[in-house]
Each structure stands twice: as C-alpha cells, then as structure tokens.
Design a protein around this ligand. Structure first.
Ligand code: ZN
Length: 138
C-alpha cells in the first residue's frame, strides 16, 4: 500500500487535460499540445491556450523524438529510482516548448547546453512511461 502511495506521489495522475498525453506514453509517443487557432505549442498540457486563450482549438502533435539541452544540472543526491549522479535537463523540443526531463548517460558531467538529444523512455510499473533523453551520437 505504501509503495503505491509513493508511486502516485512521484508521478502525477492523469486528469482530463493530461489524460491523452499520458495515454500516448503507453505507445511511447511524446505529444505536444498545440493550438489550431493560433499555432502556439505548449507544455505541460493545459485547459487553455496560453497564447490566445482558446479552449476549443487545442490539439496534439507527435514530436519527432529529438531535443536540445536548454539548461541542465548534475544531481549528486540519491532520489527514489535514480542513481546519482544523474542529469536533470530542461530540453527544448523542435516545437519550441521546454520539457523538464533527464539525460541518461554514462558521462553526466559532459552534458551541456546546446547538446543534441534523442528521445528515450523510462517505463513506469502501470504501463505508462516518462520521456527521458540520451545524447545523440556526434
Ligand atoms: Zn491559441
């Protein structure tokens, strides 16, 4: 029982807005919410477009699976499910949105802003998955 509680505390439960996003992670598809009215892309998913305020025109697009490190830090403290040191990164997707994620690498201290990344997945016990990234081959 206590482990279930811990799990739901770590990973947010899907709601009406984020449900489709989480469902797509079961197919290892990373979605970005985009607005058909004004073309704005945003993450995390919201009930309204943050650019034009529309609630009816929000749609999803599948991101191609690449990213670039916008900012990153190496964490040396142990966290449940993470073996330190590991990289927490703000990743810029081709759509222009920023996603807080991890860069999975044997060389955490070599990761820096501007590095090209490839999308990977960290499976969750319930079949969903968290998007993570690995450094692209140079
Ligand atoms: Zn909009």
């Amino acid at each position: 029982m206590s482990t279930e509680k811990q799990q739901s505390h770590q990973v947010p439960e899907p709601d009406e807005v984020t449900g489709p996003w989480w469902e797509a992670t079961r197919r290892r598809v990373l979605l970005v919410q985009c607005c058909a009215a004004c073309g704005h892309a945003q993450h995390p998913p919201r009930a309204l477009c943050t650019a034009c305020g529309s609630s009816r025109d929000l749609d999803w697009s599948q991101t191609p699976g690449e990213g670039v490190v916008d900012a990153c830090t190496v964490v040396e403290r142990a966290m449940p499910g993470f073996r330190p040191p590991y990289v927490v990164a703000r990743v810029r997707l081709p759509e222009g949105v920023l996603l807080l994620s991890n860069v999975v690498t044997e060389h955490p201290y070599d990761v820096g802003a501007g590095d090209a990344l490839r999308l990977d997945w960290r499976p969750l016990p319930d079949g969903r998955a968290l998007p993570v990234f690995t450094p692209s081959e140079r």
